[in-house]
Design a protein around this ligand. Structure first.
Ligand code: FAD
Length: 288
């Protein structure tokens, strides 16, 4: 089933994101347990991240996706980056995904990496979207978007115009980068709709449960930190249990406000932590 068919039924879509652990074989049982606990939440779908550079990534991502779908009967979305892949490599990966029963791809450009040169077949995610649309029309296609503007974009207007190209190329659904200030998301959504982008947009929520994780995340994606968020880190950052509970409460508050404001979907970056994802779900399930 294409994930686009989950939207527009007078309810809020709730999805989860997991990543294949680096030492997949050593951690296979942990992966099984994580997925089992996450699927107990009965999310609309679970997406599996992709890391550029190495066949193992494709295969492990595909295996996790097949477990999600085949064993737990939850729709799976496989992430796929294109910048460092040739047409043939993309074909090979999509064939692997198909072998594992995956019917949806989150089509991404991927970050530039000095250690892995680009292959030149694809420059932007929109190129991958067009390629999938033309060669694998049976696949559902999701794309990424950035409420605080993508770090490489010239400005917010240009970023939205580029996003429109990606949607016009055939993206069914957008999933946002994480953010901690809902007002930024609401402003972004106004611009998205003004630009004539009509596809559903899911809000990406990252529950922050330890202080070091925040610093890494902010460094990676440039998310701004509202004062109440910084105060929380300052007060509870050295107390792991309090930080975990405060991070869960912060994410729940964000989600309650988003749903009250009519968001079409919540995409939870679980960091492979079923305890946190379950606690959040328990707090919001009656609102979805
Ligand atoms: P694009 O949509 O191609 O945009 C990249 C930049 O190019 C933007 O600045 C955009 O404004 C600009 N641009 C786009 N089209 C044009 C054009 N036609 N002309 C000029 N400029 C243009 N990374 C991973 O490696 N693995 C993952 O699994 C992964 N999952 C992610 C999931 C989500 C929900 C999100 C939000 C991000 C994820 N990322 C992942 C990170 C992503 O790969 C990076 O943010 C990357 O830098 C941009 O990818 P994109 O698909 O958004 O690129």
């Amino acid at each position: 089933m294409k994930i686009i068919d989950k939207f527009g039924q007078d309810r809020t879509v709730f999805s989860l994101e997991v990543f294949p652990p680096k030492k997949f074989k050593d951690n296979i049982n942990i992966v099984y347990e994580t997925i089992e606990q996450l699927t107990d939440i009965n999310p609309d779908y679970i997406s599996v991240t992709y890391s550029a550079g190495g066949k193992g990534n494709t295969d492990n991502g595909g295996k996790i996706a097949s477990m999600i779908k085949g064993i737990h009967n939850v729709e799976a979305v496989a992430h796929l980056t294109c910048l460092t892949n040739s047409f043939a490599e993309i074909d090979n990966t999509i064939q692997t995904f198909k072998k594992y029963g995956v019917e949806n791809i989150l089509a991404l450009r991927g970050d530039t990496n000095p250690d892995i040169p680009p292959k030149k077949d694809f420059t932007y995610a929109s190129d991958l979207v067009s390629y999938i649309k033309m060669n694998y029309p049976e696949m559902g296609i999701a794309g990424a978007c950035y409420p605080e503007v993508h770090v490489e974009a010239e400005n917010d207007v240009q970023d939205i115009l580029n996003l429109k190209k990606k949607v016009d190329a055939g993206t069914d659904v957008l999933i946002s980068q994480l953010f901690f200030d809902n007002e930024l998301f609401y402003n972004f959504m106004k611009k998205v709709r003004l630009a004539g982008i009509t596809v559903p947009v899911e809000a990406g929520i990252m529950p922050v449960t330890n202080a070091n994780q925040v610093l890494r995340m902010v460094d990676m994606c440039g998310a701004s930190l509202p004062r109440k968020f910084s105060m929380m880190i300052q007060k509870y950052g050295n107390n792991p249990e309090a930080m975990r509970d405060a991070g869960i409460a912060y994410a729940v508050n964000q989600i309650v406000d988003l749903i009250a404001n009519g968001v079409e979907g919540i995409h939870l970056y679980t960091m492979n932590n079923p305890y946190v994802a379950t606690k959040i779900y328990e707090n919001i399930k009656s609102l979805l």
